[in-house]
Design a protein. Structure first.
Ligand code: PMP
Length: 305
């Protein structure tokens, strides 16, 4: 990843990709206190457009506030940095990664005399779970790792250190031959995937866990809106693991995962064992929207040019 042509926006300037370096004593590298975003740009008829950019930037600022990090930029400046990162790298579509972190100005947990730095990188990135899995669906395993308790990690923050838990869960699932992990909250209810929100469908009704241990996904919000506009009933509530075993359909949502069907949990086949009809409908509505082919929600697409 480091050895690429292109530009990275770093503290207000576009620097050559290979020169976007930090010192080994970078504070966030040691303690994990940083915040980041994952955003996608899609190729539309009107050129590359970024999906729900202001909402992602707002979440970045919310995450920083939760962690007590001050960001010396405005949300508008970060929005412009994201647009520049896509434009200057000549991308038609791709993934955008803003990250705010503490520098190498000092060490120690007091975090005295530290500066907050911000980078925005953007690169070309296809389907996170593989193109064929967008239709076939993925195999998921309930994780032995519990998702964060709300007073241990601040779950509204998309913070770097939280992803230790995500990575351990995903690595365990992959080592056991599965594609993704389903994490339960400290009380045993379904929380989310390692980097995705979770939905299930039973008797035509769409259900998703409340936001306690799960991240407030921007895609989750878009899917709930689209589903309700399409006439589906959507309920946010506590969901148990065995409800997932007996649901008709299930899927994950996220910037990287988009809308990924789930065909199996813990060796139990979900529904017909492939992408179900409601998942197919929701997925196609989602792609029509992000690719600028839908008549609604043009406000969710920010052109890059
Ligand atoms: N949960 C976690 C833990 C995530 O990392 C992500 C990806 N940001 C999501 C859910 C989905 O959020 P979004 O739709 O905003 O990408």
């Amino acid at each position: 990843m480091a050895d690429l042509d292109g530009w990275i926006w770093m503290d207000g300037e576009l620097v050559p990709w290979r020169d976007a370096q930090v010192h080994v004593l970078t504070h966030t590298l040691h303690y994990g206190m940083g915040v980041f975003e994952g955003i996608r740009a899609y190729n539309t008829d009107r050129g590359p457009a970024i999906f729900r950019l202001p909402e992602h930037v707002r979440r970045l600022f919310d995450s920083a506030k939760i962690l007590g990090m001050s960001l010396p930029w405005s949300q508008d400046e970060v929005i412009e940095a994201c647009r520049a990162a896509v434009r200057e790298n000549g991308l038609e579509s791709g993934y955008i990664r803003p990250m705010a972190f503490y520098g190498a100005e000092s060490m120690g947990l007091r975090a005295d005399n530290l500066q907050t730095h911000l980078i925005v990188a953007a690169w070309s990135w296809g389907s996170y779970m593989g193109e064929e899995n967008m239709e076939r669906g993925i195999r998921v395993r309930t994780s032995s790792f519990t998702r964060h308790h709300v007073n241990i990690a601040m779950c509204r923050a998309k913070a770097n250190g939280q992803y230790i838990n995500s990575m351990m869960a995903l690595q365990e699932a992959v080592a056991c031959g599965y594609d993704e992990a389903l994490l339960l909250d400290p009380e045993g209810f379904v929380a989310e995937g390692s980097g995705e929100n979770f939905f299930l469908i039973r008797d035509g009704v769409i259900h998703t866990p409340e936001l306690h241990s799960a991240l407030a996904g921007v895609t989750r919000d878009a899917i709930m809106t689209l589903a309700r506009e399409a006439g589906y009933e959507v309920r946010e509530r506590r969901i148990t693991r065995d409800e997932v075993y007996v649901c008709d359909e299930a899927f994950f949502t996220g910037t990287a995962a988009e809308v990924t069907p789930i065909r199996e949990l813990d060796g139990r086949v979900i529904g017909e064992g492939r992408r179900g009809p409601i998942t197919t409908d929701i997925q196609s509505r989602f792609f029509a929207l992000v690719e600028g082919r839908a008549d609604a929600h043009h406000e969710w697409l920010t052109p890059v040019a």
